[in-house]
Design a protein around this ligand. Structure first.
Ligand SMILES: [Fe+2]
Length: 136
């Protein structure tokens, strides 16, 4: 599945928005590689990238939530933790079995659709909160 960036996904905090765009472009890279029959080479690169980058990105969001006393902080952070453990699980699967087709599909489908849904629902709810606080 390919995920397409649209400006409807902007939450209004430029640091977070540019990180989201970067994540989308990385997934697009995997999707393109899959189309060229090079998904297996690209999948490890994406997983390694996500392990580092997403940690920073989630931390940035969570800092912002703490700073603004976001009431749904714990739930939101819980979603982040689940995503990180999915990335971890897929990276371990890669170590154990190499880039199987199912790993490529799971990475593409599960992680990409998680990201899209998370931004649409969970990050957007936070964005709405920031607006009600007059913070953005
Ligand atoms: Fe988030």
């Amino acid at each position: 599945m390919s995920i397409q960036w649209t400006d409807e996904l902007l939450i209004g905090v430029s640091e977070i928005d540019s990180q989201h765009k970067e994540l989308f472009s990385r997934f697009a890279r995997l999707f393109t590689a899959c189309g060229e029959g090079k998904g297996k080479e690209e999948v490890l690169r994406l997983l390694l990238f996500l392990q580092e980058y997403v940690k920073e990105h989630f931390a940035a969001e969570e800092r912002l939530q703490m700073r603004h006393a976001y009431p749904d902080y714990a739930v939101h952070k819980g979603e982040h933790t689940r995503f990180m453990s999915d990335v971890e699980r897929l990276a371990n699967e890669f170590k154990a079995e190499g880039a199987t087709l199912s790993l490529v599909i799971m990475t593409n489908k599960t992680l990409a659709s998680w990201l899209l849904q998370h931004i649409k629902r969970t990050d957007m709810a936070f964005a709405t909160y920031l607006r009600t606080q007059g913070a953005v």
